[in-house]
Design a protein around this ligand. Structure first.
Ligand SMILES: C[S@@+](CC[C@H](N)C(=O)[O-])C[C@H]1O[C@@H](n2cnc3c(N)ncnc32)[C@H](O)[C@@H]1O
Length: 394
């Protein structure tokens, strides 16, 4: 185990809070929805870079969380049979994961494989070929080649086919590799590692277009270059996998700071897109609350009561801003004279800035605002799925 990895596992780094909040809120609807029509109500999760299950401070890692989710789904009034497959290639970490699974996995159907995800993924995909699968790929560095990620979608698609979804963590180690693009040294071999992860060398051009000169590169240029590569990755994955859509969630400690990592979610299902968007928004809210509390702990003058009041006031400001922005964009779309659904205009309505941040409650408030302004006749009252609501010009 590298020293970096062991440090990571000691305590739950704040960066992990977001991805876990998203999985925590998404695993249940995924299992419940896809398992309602699947063979024997079976659903599966593959955790390809599983980690120790729990951190040294006792907090949940993805392992403990998925074991808990499997039990919750089995306890539903219409139970789901969850199959968990963990892969972890560090011996010490595998031992910790096994101990967690033995202590907490009573009655859960799980496998733990000690080895490299690249080697074991095809075998596991074969084991779950007839049932829905959610694959979580959370490496510490670069992920497996894009070709191997896309191959997860080489399963039947279309009506009645079991769901296939992937959540992948693209870390900011992109920057380290991109730095080599400017070097005089022969880094070709190292660069080819990122070529494989990205499914080709297209990323080199994408990076250099946004950030051509290392000496004068600004932070904004580096962030733009990173995002261009992540967007290119998502697009390639979508094309190669025949996925219906992808969400890119950039995980920033604060709105004004650079992303720590990006989560890319890919699915073939419209329900998957909508539900994941909802869960990402809740996860990000949880993450902002976590950071507000952390910041208060770091402040001598902060009291426990203050931080929550301040956080709520900040959240209210954010919500108002988002609703105003959404209402303005919906009004612009309506001005084109055609009825539309948000799901078909996600680029126009969500843009780069609101993806993952907003959810149904914000859409509802925005549509109501546009309605109050007399620009639409559509009433969102009582409608659960606002992504698919037809919004009609007044
Ligand atoms: C970021 S940690 C995982 C955290 C965990 N998924 C969670 O959410 O709590 C990444 C883990 O992947 C493991 N790993 C690295 N390369 C791997 C590979 N090729 N195959 C399987 N596991 C790998 C590391 O040992 C490390 O424990």
């Amino acid at each position: 185990m590298s020293s970096d990895t062991s440090k990571f596992h000691k305590s739950k780094k704040s960066a992990a809070v977001l991805k876990h909040a998203i999985i925590d809120s998404y695993a249940t609807p995924f299992g419940s929805k896809t398992g309602s029509t699947s063979k024997d109500n079976r659903v599966s999760f593959i955790d390809g870079y599983a980690g120790p299950g729990r951190y040294d401070d006792g907090s949940e890692g993805s392992g403990a969380m998925l074991l808990r989710k499997a039990k919750e789904l089995a306890a539903m009034s219409r139970p789901r049979k969850v199959e968990l497959h963990f892969v972890e290639d560090d011996k010490e970490t595998v031992a910790k994961l096994r101990a967690v699974a033995e202590a907490e996995g009573d009655g859960v159907d799980y496998t733990i494989t000690d080895g490299d995800i690249s080697k074991h993924l095809p075998v596991l995909l074969d084991a779950v070929k007839d049932i829905p699968v959610f694959v979580y790929l959370d490496p510490c560095g670069l992920p497996i080649p894009l070709e191997e990620v896309a191959a997860i979608f080489d399963r039947p698609s279309g009506p009645g086919a079991p769901a296939t979804e992937v959540l992948i963590n693209l870390t900011a180690s992109l920057r380290r590799f991109a730095g080599m693009l400017y070097s005089d040294k022969d880094n070709e071999k190292s660069l080819q590692v990122l070529d494989a992860a990205c499914g080709g060398d297209w990323w080199r051009k994408a990076w250099l277009e946004k950030c051509p000169d290392k000496a004068t590169a600004t932070e904004d240029q580096k962030v733009a270059a990173e995002l261009a590569v992540v967007e290119g990755y998502a697009e390639k994955l979508r094309e190669r996998a025949g996925a219906l859509g992808t969400w890119i969630i950039d995980v920033k400690p604060r709105a004004d700071l650079k992303p720590l990592y990006y989560l890319v979610f890919a699915t073939r299902s419209i329900h998957g897109m909508v539900t994941f968007g909802e869960c990402a928004s809740k996860g990000l809210e949880h993450w902002r609350k976590y950071h507000a509390e952390l910041a208060a702990e770091d402040t001598l003058f902060g009291s426990a009561a203050d931080w929550e009041t301040d956080w709520k006031a900040e959240e209210k400001k954010l919500k108002d801003q988002w609703v105003d922005t959404l209402a303005a964009r919906i009004t612009d779309e309506l001005a084109k004279g055609q009825a539309f659904k948000i799901i078909d205009r996600s680029a126009e309505i969500l843009g780069d800035d609101l993806v993952g941040l907003v959810r149904t409650m914000h859409f509802r408030a925005a549509i109501n605002k546009v309605r109050a302004a007399g620009k639409t006749t559509t009433d969102p009252k009582g409608v659960d799925d606002l992504y698919n609501l037809l919004i009609t010009p007044a």
